[in-house]
Design a binder for this molecule. Structure first.
Ligand code: TRP
Ligand code: ZN
Length: 874
């Protein structure tokens, strides 16, 4: 147990800062073993009653403090920083301190990545660099001068524009940068290293020339072009869709191999996990290409939503993240297939966010209580946050939404804002009342809609009764009804759409739910309609409506909205998953009617549907997605039922799968959406048919695809199928892949993740791979791909009844707790959800958590999650 339990912070305790910093002049004398930081800040008192300046600082060695160029001794170093007493109303504070980047394994602050030095300051990393008011509502102008050895660090980068540089006689050189835009410390960045640079330019809509530079490890230039293409598309798109133009003369992206998250939007100098920059067809999959496009867009879009308007405090994180995810989703939708993108996003929400809402970490998109801020960079804040923005977009429509954005920038550009400020701008610009809607910001949990209907033949009336209910969460026992936009369509049996009418008026297809129970009556309905619910997933809710199989098969084939087609298939599968899990548990035989198979056959053979959409419909929900159908999760039953369904599909659709597989082969690799769609469908067919009884043919197909593939998408799909279907060729292919790629960490991540997801002996395999030549516990990407995949994507193996999976995770976390608390904290998520499992598993999980709680130097990150996990079980 920690000596002193960490203290929680509360959203409602927000107080304006007592001081602000107008500008800061930073000087770095850089070296991995020892870096000296000189910070000269111009500080102004804001609160006349307070003459003690309290600065944040962690792991710093203070050398000197001067105020107005005179040594100052009236101060005290504390646990969390420094207190400087009796300071003047306005002064220059000069602090010199030392840090040790080489010892920084947490990758927060200034650290070493390969041969380079780089920073990560969000959320509270700047305090690991110097003593500062490390909070997002203190905006200062930064000037940064970096001095370092020229041979080792030919490139010295920071935010803004390069204003001076020079040479020293001792082999060192220096560069000075100035960022004209005031910014909070979390947006500060510095990079020093030797790189290959891809250069390009972008001409903005007001004809300004912007230099674009992408910095990658030497030798990786041939993998940087797609990132540049994506960046230029993102800049163009932000101008055309949001009217937003870039504001500096230079925009830089640096790719680093050691990074805790995806990427970071530092002003003018984005730093990226190399996973989201590097791609060429031989090493990156279609999925990787789309990921890069999305993340490049995301970070670029932060320049307006995050940097120009930032967050007042970290509780407001969704102000920038939810909005920026919404923007990157729309960017990807506009660049590729809107329908496919929407389904992919909904899948993540349903799989990961719904699980978080049902976990002891449940929190509103704007949390109220935080121990460790790093724990709140969550799917709830990001993805559910984006859904909340999307609902406003649905309620307002594109035009009014864009007017709201304009008003938001007009009011808040150059300052730190709150989520309330954003909604207020949307409301004021549109005239649409969002008072009730705002509850989405403060209420956690996934709302459930239970819908019943009644058709009155005589009066030609169709009545819909909608009940909403949000189950209690650990953080909130009481829930209120929300304002939920429910988009619906009614169909005649012929497939024709029915005009929604009430009292002689045509009504909007988006119904506004406000109450626990509401009724909607539709008139002039000539026959009992089939209802399509939640068009485009109009709200992040769970749906209960008693569909008949034939209605779902109808919607799969006839619904206008692609998401509805996909969702009808999902609901049909969910019915049989639910039924069969119960059959399995009662040791009865598993069943799937031929009519269901036939419904899917019709989709597979459909001529007008996009291949990518067919692939999405034909892909069974993952074990994790299925788990969210149940209050108590039975990982073994889910695994067996899913496999049963796969085998039924494989045997029942074999000829069609085989024919389409052959029909969709492509002569060469291109990154176009039609080609990606073809590959997706083809690889989906290969995967399913490999579960047929006839394993021999699958083995040959997989082997030959692997051998002939000229791109990673197809070779990895073959390998994935070989492992998941446990085909005879799997070991040969796995060995071949290792031989070919063992020097390439990003490629090996796919291989590690795949083996960690193995249906047989996964734990033994993972343990053995810990000593593999390409693995290292110091690299977050490796850890996530091997250990993260095991604990998250292989529930049957992680939740083994002997507790071996939990035991393994405890050992790993014991080591990572010291090394990298952020990475450790992300891995623990599946272990704190004990309430979702049977008593035997829950008690093993509890024991594991109790062991972790006893660790020396337990990080705040793990402490917060472990205590919540244990609390939830009481
Ligand atoms: N702001 C970053 C993004 O969403 C998130 C991020 C990157 C981050 N690195 C981090 C958050 C480290 C916390 C810690 O684009
Ligand atoms: Zn972001």
């Amino acid at each position: 147990m920690n000596k002193n339990s960490p203290i929680a912070k509360y959203r409602l305790d927000y107080k304006k800062p007592d001081f602000t910093i107008i500008d800061i002049d930073l000087e770095f004398d850089l070296a991995p073993e020892l870096t000296t930081v000189t910070a000269r800040s111009h500080i102004v008192q804001q609160n006349k009653a307070q003459d003690t300046l309290i600065l944040d600082g962690e792991d710093l060695k203070l050398l000197t403090i001067n105020i107005n160029e005179q040594p100052w001794h009236d101060y005290k170093i504390t646990e969390s920083g420094i207190e400087i007493y009796h300071v003047p109303e306005e002064f220059t504070l000069t602090i010199i301190n030392e840090i040790k980047p080489i010892d920084n394994t947490a990758l927060e602050g200034l650290y070493v990545s390969g041969d380079a030095l780089c920073t990560q300051c969000e959320a509270e990393g700047f305090r690991h660099i110097t003593y500062y008011l490390d909070r997002p509502d203190v905006l200062a102008r930064f000037t940064t001068r970096i001095t370092a050895n020229k041979a080792l660090y030919p490139y010295l980068l920071s935010n803004g524009n390069r204003i001076a540089q020079g040479q020293l006689d001792d082999g060192r050189h220096w560069v000075q940068w100035q960022d004209p835009f005031p910014k909070p410390s979390y947006l500060f960045a510095l990079v020093a290293g030797d790189f290959d640079v891809l250069c390009d330019t972008f001409i903005s809509k007001s004809q300004r020339k912007v230099d674009l530079e992408i910095y990658v490890d030497k030798g990786n230039l041939d993998r940087s072009q797609w990132a540049m293409t994506s960046l230029k598309n993102a800049m163009q798109w932000d101008e055309s869709r949001f009217g937003l133009e870039y504001d500096l003369d230079i925009f830089m992206i640096v790719a680093v191999d050691f990074f805790n998250m995806g990427a970071m939007e530092n002003k003018g100098l984005n730093i990226f996990n190399s996973k989201y920059v590097l791609a060429k067809p031989e090493t990156a999959t279609d999925h990787d290409y789309l990921g890069i496009e999305g993340v490049i867009g995301h970070e670029y879009f932060h320049n307006w939503t995050g940097n120009r308007v930032t967050c007042r405090d970290w509780f407001q994180l969704s102000l920038k993240e939810g909005l920026t995810v919404f923007r990157d989703q729309e960017f990807s939708a506009d660049m590729g297939s809107r329908a496919v993108k929407r389904i992919d996003d909904v899948k993540i929400l349903r799989t990961v966010q719904f699980a978080e809402d049902a976990s002891p970490m449940a929190h509103p998109i704007r949390p109220d209580k935080v121990i460790e801020m790093n724990n709140f960079y969550t799917v709830t804040v990001y993805e559910k946050g984006a859904e909340v923005i999307r609902m406003m977009h649905t309620l307002l429509g594109e035009e009014k939404f864009q007017a709201g954005m304009q008003l938001y920038f007009q009011r808040h550009d150059g300052s730190a804002a709150t989520c309330d400020d954003f909604v207020q701008a949307m409301q004021d610009a549109s005239g649409i009342d969002l008072t009730h809607f705002k509850l989405w910001y403060s209420q956690s949990g996934t709302p459930e809609l239970t819908i019943t209907d009644h058709y009155d033949q005589q009066n030609q009336q169709y009545t819909l009764t909608v009940k909403q209910m949000t189950p209690p969460t650990l953080d909130q026992s009481e829930k209120q009804p929300l304002h939920i936009p429910l988009a619906i369509e009614l169909y005649q049996g012929s497939g024709e759409l029915i005009n929604l009418q009430y009292q002689g008026q045509t009504i909007n297809q988006v119904l506004n739910l406000h109450q626990a129970q509401q009724q909607f009556i539709f008139e002039n309905v000539k026959e009992k309609p089939i209802i399509a619910l939640l068009q485009d997933f109009s709200a992040p809710v769970k749906l209960h409506y008693n569909y008949q199989d034939n209605e779902l098969i109808f919607l799969m084939q006839k619904a206008n909205n692609a998401f509805n087609r996909y969702d009808a298939a999902q609901m049909l599968l969910a019915k049989y998953i639910y039924l069969n899990v119960s059959n399995y548990q009662q040791k009865q035989s598993l069943i799937l009617p031929d009519t269901v198979i036939d419904g899917f056959r019709a989709i597979l053979l459909s001529e007008q549907l996009d291949s990518a959409l067919i692939a999405q419909i034909l892909t069974l929900p993952s074990e994790n997605e299925i788990a969210n159908l149940f209050t108590i999760v039975d990982p073994d039953a889910i695994y067996q039922v899913r496999k049963f369904l796969l085998c039924q599909f494989a045997n029942g659709l074999y000829d069609e799968l085989y024919a389409i597989y052959h029909h969709h082969s492509l002569p060469y690799y291109r990154i176009t959406h039609t080609d990606m769609a073809k590959r997706a469908l083809r690889n989906c067919c290969l995967y399913i048919l490999s579960f047929a009884d006839n394993k021999k043919q699958a083995d040959l197909l997989v082997k030959s695809q692997y051998e002939q593939a000229d791109n990673m998408t197809d070779s990895l799909a073959a390998l994935h199928t070989a492992v998941m279907a446990q085909l005879p060729c799997k070991d040969i292919l796995l060995t071949d892949f290792d031989e070919q790629w063992h020097k390439d960490g990003l490629v090996m991540d796919k291989w590690f993740a795949l083996q960690a997801s193995s249906p047989n002996n996964a734990l033994q395999i993972v343990k053995k791979l810990l000593t593999h030549r390409s693995f290292s516990l110091n690299n977050p990407n490796r850890v996530r791909s091997l250990i993260g995949a095991f604990v998250n994507n292989n529930p049957a193996a992680f939740h083994m009844l002997d507790g071996s999976g939990y035991h393994f995770l405890v050992e790993i976390l014991t080591e990572l707790n010291q090394k990298n608390p952020q990475v450790a904290s992300r891995l623990i998520d599946p272990l704190i959800r004990l309430k979702r499992y049977d008593e035997k598993r829950a008690s093993l999980m509890r024991e594991a958590l109790e062991r972790l709680l006893k660790l020396n130097n337990l990080s705040n990150d793990l402490y917060e999650k472990i205590t919540k996990g244990l609390e939830n079980n009481a």
